[in-house]
Ligand binder design. Structure first.
Ligand SMILES: Cc1cc2nc3c(=O)[nH]c(=O)nc-3n(C[C@H](O)[C@H](O)[C@H](O)COP(=O)(O)OP(=O)(O)OC[C@H]3O[C@@H](n4cnc5c(N)ncnc54)[C@H](O)[C@@H]3O)c2cc1C
Length: 392
């Protein structure tokens, strides 16, 4: 494969690089020590992108999309990540937006798409339930039609950033008698402020709060908040999950973290010089750099994979390798921090550098990457049957 960009793509890359390094406020770009973005940072970043026509480049043109090639989409994401600019909220940009744009009614498009692109509506994803994660089609949250409304009862779990969300897109069971459980599921949109919606935090081992349980207790929604057809929600969910997995191989971020790992290693003094002079550590970094390159080439081959509403099973490779590499690099940084990484709280006079202090919590936090978006074991099964043609 040629890795040299055409003149047109090189100019595009330069334009994106200039934008993300010179035209965005410095304080929006993530430094090594920053734990997480505030919701306001996320909103500011998204609105800035939107004002430059860059918020939702993969959407249809009429709703703010760009007529870019697959490679240009990749360059855009990579330059954004290399600059440490906040990634757009995936629930809005990669998940519910494309579903509404593809399967929603005209009224839903008008009502939701501009607000979704501008992060005036913050969405969260209500798919998983206790006992319905990998086996998502077993979900039990029900929606019963009552005149012009649906009445929703049940529980969702692991709802990321649900505490900030204005709306939630939910998979609900509308036909408990359907011959196959996938056939009785619908995709609905729910205002988080509706009476009967309760959000309860799940506290995490890294000390953070990013996931929640969401309860629905006789929540009434207008029937026109059903997306597409009743009982066809599984098709829309598959379309959405295909897009979700394309976004989970953040090559630019992975490269940036690996480059930082080298800087960190150089800042740790040893008897021989710095940790970066250590041959074993150098070998580990070189191995990771080769893996990142291989992932990048695979991303270029697979990107734009959700075709005709069907996810490309190759996107599972990106999910698998992207999450593994993120975890491997964060493990490397934890090892570089060594005992300095054992301090988690931050007194002002601490001599422990910020990056070492966040090394362990970040490592622990990213154990999630091999679970969310479909666990890696399940991705391996999709690869074995969908790509290798193996029979289980
Ligand atoms: C941090 C985080 C954020 C999340 N955010 C959201 C969100 O915003 N919205 C949302 O809807 N969901 C979210 N999820 C849920 C996520 O999609 C599920 O956790 C995931 O699908 C796995 O389901 P489960 O947790 O029920 O595990 P299970 O499905 O019970 O799996 C348990 C173990 O069994 C393995 N396993 C299961 N089935 C098979 C199989 N067929 N073959 C081999 N091994 C198998 C799994 O790989 C795993 O190791 C999030 C999860 C996490 C951890």
């Amino acid at each position: 494969m040629h890795r040299k960009l055409s003149a047109e793509d090189a100019a595009f890359q330069q334009r994106m690089r200039d934008f993300f390094t010179h035209q965005v406020p410095e304080e929006l770009r993530q430094g090594p020590s920053r734990r997480e973005l505030s919701p306001e940072d996320q909103r500011t970043a998204q609105r800035l992108l939107n004002s430059h026509g860059l918020a939702v480049p993969a959407w249809p043109l009429e709703w703010g999309g760009q007529d870019w090639s697959t490679l240009q989409h990749h360059i855009f994401r990579e330059e954004m990540q290399l600059a440490g600019f906040p990634m757009p909220l995936a629930f809005n940009v990669n998940m519910v937006g494309p579903v509404i744009a593809t399967f929603g009614s005209e009224e839903q498009k008008q009502r939701f798409l501009p607000a979704t692109a501008n992060l005036d509506i913050w969405w969260c994803q209500g798919f998983s339930e206790p006992d319905a994660g990998s086996d998502l089609a077993s979900l039990r949250t029900s929606a019963v039609r009552d005149g012009d409304e649906y009445v929703i009862n049940g529980q969702k779990t692991w709802t990321t950033l649900g505490q900030y969300a204005d709306w939630i897109f939910v998979l609900v069971r509308t036909d408990p008698e359907a011959p196959k459980k996938q056939q009785g599921i619908s995709f609905v949109l729910v205002d988080m402020q509706d009476p009967g919606v309760t959000v309860r935090p799940i506290k995490l081992i890294d000390g953070g709060h990013e996931v929640n349980e969401v309860f629905f207790d006789n929540v009434r929604i207008p029937a026109d908040q059903l997306v597409g057809e009743e009982n066809k929600g599984w098709n829309y969910a598959k379309f959405l999950l295909g897009n979700e997995r394309v976004g989970v191989a953040p090559v630019g971020s992975i490269k940036r973290i690996l480059a930082k790992a080298k800087t960190f290693a150089k800042s740790v003094a040893t008897d021989q010089g710095t940790l970066l002079d250590d041959p074993l550590l150098r070998t580990r970094i070189a191995d990771l750099e080769s893996e990142v390159l291989a992932l990048e080439l695979t991303v270029l081959r697979v990107a734009g994979s959700s075709k005709e509403g069907k996810p490309d099973p190759a996107s599972s490779i990106l999910k698998l390798r992207g999450s593994q590499l993120q975890q491997d690099i964060l493990e490397l940084i934890t090892d570089i921090a060594g005992p300095a990484g054992l301090r988690w709280s931050h007194p002002d006079d601490s001599e422990v550098p910020d990056w070492a202090e966040v090394a362990n919590p970040t490592y622990l936090n990213y154990r999630k990457a091999s679970i969310y978006g479909g666990s890696n074991e399940v991705q391996r099964q999709i690869i074995s049957t969908g790509i290798l043609g193996l029979k289980g």
